[in-house]
Write a protein that binds this ligand. Structure first.
Ligand code: HPA
Length: 246
C-alpha cells in the first residue's frame, strides 16, 4: 500500500523521476483537492504526488483547499507526507537557494479553513501541536541530505503568512524578533491538518529570496525564479535519496 506522499509547491509542479502508474481524482467532504493525485513509483517505492497550487499552477496560497488535500491523502492510504515549499529566508543561514528542514511553526495566516474539528458534529477536539513536524520524517530528510552530500539547515522556525503579497520590511523584522527563521505562505494549515488526520508530516523548504528588507531594494520575481531553479534541483536530489532509503 502506498504510504508516502510528496506535496510539491512553487517550483516543483511534478516529480521528474516518477514512473507514473495512474492519476486519481478524489472527491472529499470538503470539496475538490488542488489537483488529481499522481500515483507512481521511484526506486520501486510507491509515491503519491500532489501539486499544491494545482496543475497548471493557478491556486494562490490563501485559496488552496488544504482540508480537501489532507482528507484525500488520508483516503488514499498515505501515512507520511513530505511537503516541499518555496520560502523567504530571514536569519543568517537561510541564504537564497539553501534548503531547510524546519522544526517549528508560527502561524500568522488567517481566514483559512484550518481544522477538521470544526465542532459541526457537536464535539470539541483539541490536538497537541507542540512538535508540529514529524521527528521521524525530519530525521529521514536530514540523513538523506548527508547521504547525498547536500547542505541543509536542520532546524528552523517557519512563519506562515497569509499572502499572496510578500511581507513588508517591518513585518519581516517583527517575525525575526518573534523567532522566525524563514517565511512561507502554505505551511499552515497544511501541517496541522495532517496531524489532525493522524499523518506524519515534514517540510522541505527551499529559500527563494531574502525576506523583505533583508537586502537593499525590492524582491524581484526574477531572483525568486533563479534561486528556485537551483534550490529545487537540490531538493529533487534530496527527495530521491530519501525515497531510495524509505
Ligand atoms: N515570503 C513569503 N513567502 C515566500 C517568500 C517570502 O519572501 N518567498 C517565497 N515564498
Amino acid at each position: 500500500m502506498t504510504t508516502l506522499a510528496i506535496i510539491g509547491g512553487t517550483g516543483l509542479s511534478q516529480l521528474a523521476d516518477l514512473k507514473i502508474i495512474r492519476h486519481e481524482t478524489v472527491n472529499t467532504p470538503y470539496g475538490k483537492p488542488s489537483a488529481d493525485f499522481v500515483i507512481g513509483e521511484i526506486h520501486n517505492k510507491s509515491v503519491i504526488f500532489l501539486a499544491r497550487h494545482g496543475n497548471p499552477h493557478a491556486i494562490p496560497p490563501h485559496k488552496i483547499n488544504y482540508r480537501a488535500n489532507a482528507w484525500a491523502l488520508k483516503h488514499l492510504g498515505v501515512q507520511d507526507i513530505i511537503a516541499v515549499a518555496a520560502v523567504g529566508g530571514i536569519t543568517a543561514e537561510m541564504i537564497p537557494a539553501a534548503l531547510a528542514i524546519p522544526d517549528q511553526i508560527i502561524d500568522y495566516s488567517y481566514s483559512r479553513e484550518h481544522t477538521v474539528f470544526d465542532g459541526e458534529d457537536g464535539t470539541v477536539t483539541h490536538v497537541d501541536f507542540t512538535f508540529p513536524y514529524s521527528q521521524k520524517l525530519r530525521a529521514g530528510l536530514i540523513t538523506a541530505a548527508a547521504t547525498a552530500n547536500l547542505k541543509v539547515c536542520p532546524i528552523g522556525t517557519y512563519g506562515c503568512t497569509q499572502g499572496p503579497r510578500l511581507e513588508t520590511a517591518a513585518e519581516i523584522a517583527r517575525m525575526e524578533r518573534d523567532g522566525c527563521d524563514l517565511v512561507g505562505m502554505t505551511g499552515m494549515p497544511e501541517a496541522i491538518l495532517a496531524k489532525e488526520l493522524g499523518m506524519d508530516y515534514a517540510a522541505l523548504a527551499v529559500m527563494a529570496n531574502w525576506g523583505a528588507g533583508k537586502t537593499e531594494g525590492e524582491i524581484t520575481m526574477a531572483e525568486i525564479e533563479e534561486n528556485l531553479h537551483h534550490g529545487m534541483a537540490n531538493a529533487a536530489i534530496l527527495l530521491q535519496t530519501f525515497i531510495a532509503a524509505y
